[in-house]
Design a protein. Structure first.
Lengths: 217, 217
DNA sequence: CTCAACATACCATCTAGTCGGTTTCCTCTT
DNA sequence: AAGAGGAAACCGACTAGATGGTATGTTGAG
């Protein structure tokens, strides 16, 4: 992404066709709008099946505007990944830094990542399905950041195992991959119209994780 | 897919450029070769980024041959899905039909699906990433079959909960989605070069599942 | 003589990205 | 206050290259 954003809301409809009542054409800044629209469309139809033209049309801007703010279509996708990873890392760091017992922190983090994932289901859909559409460099970057996230989570589990709060019959890496597999897959089956609230799902998921780590009597 | 296959191995290299030592050009029937090549390429680069031309070139056949056996590129993908679902369903039905205690069957099925998934990692990669590239009809079909699979697995868990062998503090549907999320995601992190064998991973995964279902004392 | 099993040339369509041009806005000078 | 100057913010027509699919032709077996 290119940094130079004036940040303002812009003077709205230059062309007469602008409909100021649909959300995408509203008072948000152009790059923001593009990112929002791209997220929705990528999640709906996939990266390769979403054309740049469609993105800019939906966002009520022109191609020129988009290529002014973003280097490429790829860059748009990379930005989405960056946003997701930033958010998740921040939340996890916050929880990991708390002072309660480790089992409590793990449970909290486990439930929280579920709720956050559901709150951004489109992001989740994209991020587990579109990694290979990024350039090799950007893929590496994403993977590295994700690894750091996993590492932090893993360190909590290891601590629990060392303290005896968690069983250690399964290596912590496996546990982490196991759990985040489940989390990432929320986007394939969870529907907001369903009966279960995000918090309930989060509770269940955290419970499953903690129970699977419960030490034997 | 079109049924008319002679099934034979075919008269090999028609064109002079045929290299009979690379596996794809070998003695397998043309549709089989196409399916094998498509599976590898779809897993490697994604469905949309793999051109029909590339598939037929790699399989050492021509476009005409391919469109003779398959209706479309979509059809190729649909065939891959069908193959995966057929295999997994067969295995699960076998295990579910055994006579041991339910916890044993669940554990067996859980470990087996991991091993099978790892044995067909390309299939797994494709099936969790490319569903949306299928036509709506075929998507529905795949989903229906997958649902039937999940239902069978779920019924075992429900039985265990009713018998008191499993805890029931988490609904069985959630448990199933939770577990298969983990399984599907194996393809994103498991590498054959790693230290852990498929059976070991299967053991760990089954253990995590069973432990999370262990009833409280 | 027929039909499956291919082969080959071809096309209509779409797509990411570019590039020269124009408008809008801020700033600095006079 | 006026206005010149410059840069950022956009516009939109255009291109070069793919791509899925088809139409038509050929071959060899039964």
């Amino acid at each position: 992404m290119i940094v130079r954003t004036r940040g303002g809301t812009g003077a709205a409809g230059s062309s007469a066709a602008g409909s100021p009542d649909i959300p995408e054409a509203a008072e948000t800044s152009v790059p923001r709008r593009l990112l929002a629209v791209a997220t929705r469309l990528f999640a709906e139809k996939g990266f390769d099946r979403t054309s740049v033209q469609e993105i800019v049309d939906t966002a009520n801007v022109t191609k020129g505007a988009m290529y002014h703010y973003f280097d490429s279509k790829d860059d748009l996708l990379a930005e989405i990944y960056a946003r997701v990873l930033r958010l998740q890392m921040t939340r996890l760091e916050e929880i990991a830094g708390e002072s309660g017992p480790v089992a409590e922190r793990v449970g909290k983090a486990a439930a929280d990542v579920v709720v956050t994932t559901i709150a951004n289901l489109d992001d989740a859909t994209i991020s587990f399905r579109s990694l290979h559409q990024l350039s090799a460099d950007k893929q590496r970057e994403v993977r590295a950041k994700r690894r750091r996230y996993h590492e932090l989570f893993r360190s909590m589990i290891v601590q629990g195992q060392e303290e005896g709060a968690f069983a250690d019959h399964v290596p912590a890496d496996i546990v982490v991959d196991f759990y985040f597999g489940s989390v990432h897959h929320l986007s394939t089956w969870y529907r907001l119209e369903g009966e279960l609230s995000p918090e309930e799902i989060g509770g269940y998921y955290a419970r499953l994780l903690l129970d699977s780590l419960r030490p034997p009597e």
